[in-house]
Design a protein around this ligand. Structure first.
Ligand SMILES: Nc1ncnc2c1ncn2[C@@H]1O[C@H](COP(=O)(O)OP(=O)(O)OP(=O)(O)O)[C@@H](O)[C@H]1O
Length: 578
């Protein structure tokens, strides 16, 4: 195992070292007793062979029974201890991965398929659990079995012992030969699983699209291809395992044959006692099982090693948006925004999505941002609450650089509503309360009224307790947007950024919502394609290719006859035509 994987293993085991030492010690005792019992059997056979007495038989029988009982109990205890370590590490790792993922930026999730991440957080973590439970138990057990049994076997008859063990180098050779192969096949299986999970996850998310475009057959074919790849990878792994396991089992049992073949004549000529012969047979039997299991242990070990790398590749990517250690709290915020020379380029993209964007929004002012598709409006909206990794000195809230602010304070101060409103599978009330879990029912209702959704919630079967999302009723696009708006309103943040968040809401309702917002005197940044909504704002900024190309009031911009005028005329024409 690579040194890095060892270091990771050590870090997983460190919190459970007490149990680990106890477990290892118990295994040592079990194996020690496992050596003593055959020795007693040897004594019994040799003694009783020429001096058979009832007392003697009883002594040996009771001693063997007592030791076997103690050994059995300690063996159970050692297994409980060592297997529970695997379970505990599995628990720790899942928590660690989840906390880590929560700290990652939306860009990370855009670049890493969710199906793949889920697979690593579940199937790979289970492989690590098996490595730390079964594989460690098996490796240590095998080690103790050899270390404690071999010297006793050698003392009984060294040449016969060595002869019996002649097949063992062959076994280790086979393990060594298959080791890399098993590892590569395991990697292929895990990758196949990733691809399949990602496909299922994407297809279930985009099921409406698949149906609208009648792509069921194509998706089924894509699934079959990936499923077939996974099947091949699994079959190839199964083939290797089915060769190595019986091979090791067969070779290990071969040493028993050697004992019979070479030990028989010695027994006959009297150079080996019957007791010693029986003890050797039991000792070899004791070594056969862990050795035959070596193939299985190695696979579990390899699988665990591959999975450690895959889990660590999640954990080793540092979150890009982190709070500075000396981050300052925000305190009361007026909600004034200043953006200075803000540039942003997505990884792998040739052209910046934001190119030296500069503007200011006074506290309480409403500013609309309009522009062509892909001009950078959403990127700008994401940059304000630091959902994107921005450089210091580019975005300021009340004159304070947002990069120096505590992240929680910043995000509490800038309520951001994206176009795609996400609802959790819980009640409407809990969804609205999400940003302020302590809000009262009355406050939730007030926020819903402000978002013009209260009346519709009221006629749902269970009102505010109606379940929405995957486990509940399906809301219309406009209803979802307004529940998401209510959630943002409830936060009562001094700055509200709406990123096309009213696109599915009808004109009249959208105007009513915006009118109420105007009355509230909070800073509003309204990204919209609906120019009638933009016209109602104090100022309008027009974006093109990542830059702000125009700014002013609606009337000023119309008079200027530039980009805004063009957009406006185009929209008026579309209205007239429709
Ligand atoms: N995660 C991403 N990775 C790479 N490029 C991106 C990513 N997100 C957006 N872009 C690119 O950045 C540019 C600006 O995108 P943005 O979403 O900000 O535009 P927009 O003005 O909001 O568009 P729309 O009006 O359609 O919502 C586009 O060229 C887009 O392709």
């Amino acid at each position: 195992m690579a040194r890095a994987s060892f270091a990771h293993l050590y870090s997983y085991l460190r919190p459970h070292r007490g149990r680990l030492f106890l477990g290892i010690f118990s295994l040592f005792v079990t194996n020690g007793l496992g050596v003593v019992i055959p020795w007693l059997i040897k004594g019994a056979i040799d003694d009783l062979g020429h001096n058979l007495r009832y007392q003697g038989v009883l002594f040996y029988a009771l001693a063997i029974l007592a030791l076997a009982t103690v050994m059995g109990l300690i063996r159970v205890w050692s297994r409980v201890l060592l297997f529970s370590i695997g379970r505990r590490v599995e628990f720790d790792l899942k928590e660690k991965i989840f906390s880590h993922l929560l700290r990652m930026s939306p860009t990370y999730f855009a670049q890493n398929p969710v199906g793949d991440l889920i697979n690593r957080a579940t199937s790979d973590v289970e492989n690590v659990r098996r490595l730390l439970g079964f594989a460690i138990l098996s490796i240590i057990n095998t080690l103790f079995a050899y270390l404690l049994t071999l010297p006793v076997m050698l003392s009984l008859d060294w040449s016969l012992t060595l002869l019996c063990l002649l097949v063992y180098p062959l076994m280790f050779g086979a393990v060594w030969l298959f080791s890399d192969r098993l590892r590569n096949e395991q990697i292929a299986v895990q990758q196949g699983l990733d691809r399949l999970s990602s496909l299922i996850q994407e297809d279930m998310g985009g099921i409406s699209l698949i149906k609208v475009y009648a792509q069921e057959d194509n998706e089924r074919r894509a699934f079959d291809t990936k499923n077939d790849e996974l099947l091949r990878a699994n079959l190839s792994l199964a083939l290797s395992r089915n060769i190595i396991f019986p091979l090791l089992g067969g070779l290990a049992s071969g040493s028993l044959l050697v004992l019979l073949w070479a030990g028989g004549p010695r027994l006959a000529e009297g150079s080996l006692s019957l007791g010693a012969f029986a003890a050797l047979a039991i000792y070899i039997e004791r070594l056969v099982f862990p050795t035959a299991l070596l193939g299985f242990t190695i696979t579990t070990y390899q699988r665990g090693q591959v999975s450690i790398d895959r889990v660590e590749s999640i954990l080793s990517v540092p979150p890009t948006i982190v709070e500075a250690p000396d981050a300052v709290p925000l305190g009361h915020s007026e909600g004034a925004i200043a953006v200075r020379n803000l540039s942003y380029r997505f990884t792998g993209s040739e052209r910046p999505a934001l190119d030296r964007v500069t503007f200011e929004v006074a506290a309480g002012e409403s500013v609309a941002i309009v522009g062509t598709i892909g001009s950078g409006k959403s990127t700008l909206a994401n940059a304000l609450p630091r959902l994107l990794e921005i450089e210091p000195g580019q975005v300021f809230l009340d004159g304070i650089d947002v990069v120096s602010l505590k992240l929680n304070d910043l995000r509490q101060a800038i309520a951001y509503v994206p176009q795609e409103s996400f609802l959790f599978s819980t009640s409407v009330a809990e969804n609205i309360r999400y940003g302020r879990p302590t809000a009262t029912d009355a406050e939730v209702v007030a926020a819903a009224r402000q978002a013009r959704i209260h009346e519709e919630i009221d006629i749902f079967p269970r009102g505010y307790q109606t379940l929405v999302g995957e486990r509940g009723i399906t809301l219309s696009g406009g209803q979802r947007q307004r529940v998401a708006l209510a959630r943002a309103f409830l936060m009562d943040a001094p700055v509200l950024v709406l990123d096309d968040a009213l696109s599915s809401v009808d004109n009249q309702t959208a105007e009513e919502i915006l009118d109420r917002l105007e009355d509230q005197q909070r800073t509003l940044i309204l990204i919209t394609h609906r120019l009638s909504a933009a016209a109602a704002c104090d100022r309008v900024l027009v974006m093109e290719r990542g830059q702000i190309v125009e700014g002013g009031s609606h009337t000023e911009l119309l008079r200027r006859g530039g980009a805004y005028r063009q957009l406006w005329d185009q929209q008026e024409l579309e209205k007239a035509v429709s």
